[in-house]
Design a protein around this ligand. Sequence first.
Ligand code: SPV
Ligand code: MG
Length: 293
Amino acid sequence: VSSPTISSAILRELILSSDLTFLMEAHDGLSAAIAERAGFKGLWASGLSISSVLGYRDASEASWTQIVDIVERIVDATNIPVLVDGDSGFGNFNNARIVARKLEQRGAAGLCLEDKQFPKTNSFVGDRHALADIDEFSGRLKAVKDTTGPGFVLVARIEAMIAGHGIDEAIVRADAYAEAGADAILIHSRKPVADEILAFAKEWNNKLPVVIVPTKYYKTPVSAYRDARISTVIWANHTMRAAIAGMRHICDRIHAEQSVAAIEDEIAGFDELFRLMAYDELAKAEEQYLPKQ
Ligand code: SPV
Ligand code: MG
C-alpha cells in the first residue's frame, strides 16, 4: 500500500479483528504479487526467505539495508500491508529504532522483533539460541514505539520455548513486552505439535493478540487456532521452499534432457508474468505520455 499510515491501519485491523488472519510469506516483489493474487490480505517479509534468496544464512548475515531494500520492492509490487521480520533488531535499541524508521519510510506496515541476541540464528537451527535480557529487549521495543508513527504495528516475538524454556518464562516475557508497548505477541515453537502454543494462548488469554508460525506443527488444523482465539497465522516460508523445489526440478530436467522443449508446459508462461507485473499499465502509460508516432 502506498501510504504507510493506511497500510498500518489495515494490518492493525487484521491483527485485532476476531477473525483468524493469514499472512503469507514474501521475499521479493514477485512472490509478494503472487501471494496477493492468491487472495492473501497481508504479507510477512520473512527473514529466512529473504536471506535464502540473497544466498545468505538466516543468521543476521544479510544487512539491514538489504532487508529494507527488499521490503521496498515487496511494498511497491502489492497493495496489501507488509509485516516485516526484523530478526532481533540488528543490535541494541538504537539499531532497532533506525531499522524501524527506515522500514516505515519505505512503506512497511509493521515490524516484528524477536527477543534474541544479535546475531540471531534461525529458530530451527541448532540449540544455540541466546535470549535477550527482558529489560534490554523491552528497551528495544520502547525505542521502536517512540520512533515510529502511532499506527505502526509492533509485534514482540518470544523465543523462550525455542531456547528450551517453558510457558512460565514465555508469559513473564509477554507481560513485559505488553508493558513496553507491543501491539501483539508472536509465540514461537519448534515442536511438531501445537501443544505449547495452545497452552500459552490459554494462559495468556488474549491480553494482546497472539500471532503464530505453524511451520513445524503444520499438521494442526487451523480450526484449533480459531478455537484458541489466536489472531494471526503466518505461513512463513512456503513460496521460498516451493521455488527451491520448482527450480531444482526444472534445472535437473533441462540438464538431463539438454532441451527445454518438454518442460515448456510445466513452467509459468509469459502471459502470467506480464499480468503479475502489470505490463498493461505500462502500455497504457505509454499511450498517455509518449509522443504519438
Ligand atoms: C522467518 O520466516 O524468518 C521466521 C519464521 O522468522 S521461522 O523461520 O519459522 O523462525
Ligand atoms: Mg525470521
